[in-house]
Every structure is written in C-alpha cells, then in structure tokens.
Design a protein around this ligand. Structure first.
Ligand SMILES: CSC[C@@H](O)[C@@H](O)C(=O)COP(=O)(O)O
Length: 353
C-alpha cells in the first residue's frame, strides 16, 4: 500500500493537507491555480516533484472548467509563471512550466483553442504517471547500487526530510530506494531525521514508514553523527530540490551537515532524484536561489511558541551540498552517476532551462 497524497481525475483535484499530518488525514479540494499556488506556498503539499505535479494539475482543473477562454496561451503563461514563483529552490515546477509552454505554443499553431485545451490537459495528466514510473526506476537502481557495495545481507540507511509518496506522485525518490530495499527483504533499518524546523521527517517520513511497515527509527537532526558512529549506517540517501551541472545539490537544510558527517565516517552519500530535478543551466550550487521561510517555523511548533520572544531568526529552507561530498552517486531514473558524470549522462535528454 502507498499513501495517496494527490487524488486526481479529470476536472477534480484533491490533496492531502500535509500540515495536518500525522494527526489528521484531510483531503482538500484544489479548484484552480489560485488554490494550487496557496497549497504550495503554505506547504500543504511539498517536495520538489509533488510541487510541480500539483501546480500543473491545478492548472488542468482550471482549464477543464473553462479557464483561459479569452486567450489560452497567455492564460497558460501567466498561470505557470505564478505557480513557479511559489517556491523558488526546487527546479521541477520551473522545468514543467517551460516544457509545457513550449508544447502549448507548438500545439497552438495547428490546433483550435478547444483542441489545445485538451492536449494541454493530457500533457499534464501524463506527468503523474511518468513520475511514479521514474521513481520506481530510481528505487531499483539505488537499491542495486547500494547492495552491490556491501557484503552483508541487509543494509541500514539514514535519510533526511520526506521524499516518499507524500513528496511525489507516488513511491518516492530517496524513500523509494528504501521502499525497494524493503521489498527485496534487504532493509535492516532506516533512520529518519526529524528535520527541523518543519519536521518533515518526524511528521511525514515517520508516518510513511509506520504505514508501510518499514523497520524505522526516528532521530533528531543533532543525533545524526552519533547514529553514523553507533549504528553501522550503510549509506545516507537524500532527495534533491535542484542538482546543478557539477553535481552540487540543493536539498532540505541539514543535508550538507549530513554529507560532512558521512564523509568523516566513510559512509557513501547518495542523492536520489529524477532528471527533472536536475538543472544543467547552472554551473555550481552557488547560483541556486535558496528560499527563506517565515521565522515562526523556528520559533513555534504547531503554533506553540518554543523560542524566547524577540530573538532574531534565520530560516533558509535548503542548503547546498558540494558535489565532492556526494560520494555514493546521484541516483536517477537513467542510472546512478558520480557528480562528475552527471552532465554528460543527461546532456541531450533534458530540455534546456
Ligand atoms: C522527493 S522530494 C525531494 C526534496 O524536495 C526534499 O528532500 C525536500 O527538500 C523537501 O523540502 P520541502 O521544503 O518539504 O518541500
């Protein structure tokens, strides 16, 4: 069984409000681009692939209801640019927007507005299926790669943030690798960090792990180095919001320190991400825009104040792990690559951003 974060049928989109998890499972109706933007901005839905999928599906729903009747192409352009602005670090929404616009502009040359509307909706609907298939390939490649490097029957993984069914159309990326290892009967245990300040690990990964029956242990972020020393971690596997040409990777804040600790302990560090999370237009991680989020995410938990009133706060949502620390490889639906191999492996397969 996998959790269903996105429920879609033509004309109707519901998302599981992840702000309420793990205590309440409430599906909310997304009626169009405005709702889609709000859900992404407020992190009711989050995770790089899910952001793009829900953003585009919110557009599909509005198109189905007749949106953009005056000028469909302008409506698409404005809607996609609005959706892309909701969260800047993950590249997936921006990439989907660009590819969809290219498709729409080409189609508009030969098709009537009604035919164009249908084909754009169809293009968006394919994203759902593609994402699940790509994640299964990532899971499989990642599991095989990790297992090939060890003599033992079963492996222990440490992961960060939430990269599972809730962060994608289904299956997951880094947690998809864990899922594949579990399916093979080769997962001894997965350690998941709580992932302050937003607690995606404690709220979401732990929830998925319990629901799926993975042998799993929750730790605080500050226990990661100790866990590596004490619990024979085979590999660290994390997701990505943007992997650039040299392999530098933006992911949930805290990833960088995990990579440093993994290097110190001689533990392979993997990034698992679909090629749609790669951005070859940027040469190094220094060029990635890092989203900063409201101070309240640090000073309170679920609305409950936990910090001294008046303290100043810095709350970057992501950090960049330098490619030198990604020692295991970058696991994509096309295979596992060292950071130095990524650009050549993806050139010609990705549309330019
Ligand atoms: C498959 S999800 C990959 C990344 O998006 C994930 O690791 C992450 O950083 C999510 O951050 P979030 O702020 O919860 O959207």
């Amino acid at each position: 069984m996998t959790l269903e974060a996105i429920r879609y049928r033509r004309g109707s989109l519901q998302i599981l409000n992840q702000l309420l998890l793990p205590h309440e499972s409430v599906y909310e109706e997304i009626r169009g681009v405005r709702d889609g933007y709000e859900a992404i901005k407020r992190m009711k839905v989050r995770g790089a692939p899910a952001i793009a999928i829900v953003g585009c599906l919110s557009l599909a729903v509005e198109l189905h209801a007749g949106g953009g009747a005056d000028d469909l192409v302008s409506f698409l352009r404005d809607s996609l640019s609005h959706l892309t602005s909701a969260r800047p670090t993950a590249v997936n929404m921006g990439r989907a927007a660009r590819e969809l616009m290219e498709f729409a502009v080409n189609e508009s040359m030969e098709k009537s507005p009604e035919q164009l509307r249908e084909s754009v909706i169809g293009w968006i609907e394919e994203m759902l299926e593609r994402d699940v298939n790509d994640n299964k390939k990532i899971g499989n490649y990642g599991a095989q790669h990790i297992l090939s490097g060890v003599p033992s029957d079963s492996v222990t993984i440490l992961t960060h943030c939430n990269t599972g069914s809730l962060a994608t159309a289904g299956y997951g990326t880094a947690l998809g690798v864990v899922r594949s290892l579990h399916a093979l009967g080769r997962l001894k245990r997965v350690y998941c960090t709580e992932t302050r300040p937003y607690n995606q690990g404690a709220r979401l990964t732990a929830y998925e792990a319990v629901a799926e029956g993975f042998p799993a242990t929750l730790i605080t972020d500050s226990m990661a180095a100790l866990t590596m020393r004490e619990h024979s971690i085979t590999a660290v596997v994390v997701g990505a919001d943007r992997v650039v040409a040299n392999g530098d990777t933006a992911n949930k804040v805290g990833t960088y320190q995990l990579a440093i600790a993994a290097k110190y302990h001689g533990i392979p560090f993997y990034v698992a991400a679909p090629s749609t999370s790669c951005d070859l237009s940027l040469e190094s991680g220094r060029d990635i825009v890092i989203e900063e989020r409201p101070p309240e995410e640090l000073t309170s938990i679920n609305g409950m104040p936990v910090a001294a009133p008046g303290i100043e706060v810095w709350n970057p949502a992501f950090d960049v792990t330098p490619h030198q620390l990604i020692t295991g490889g970058i696991i994509t639906e096309l295979g596992v690559f060292l950071p130095s191999e990524l650009q050549a492996a993806l050139t010609g397969r990705l549309t330019a951003l």
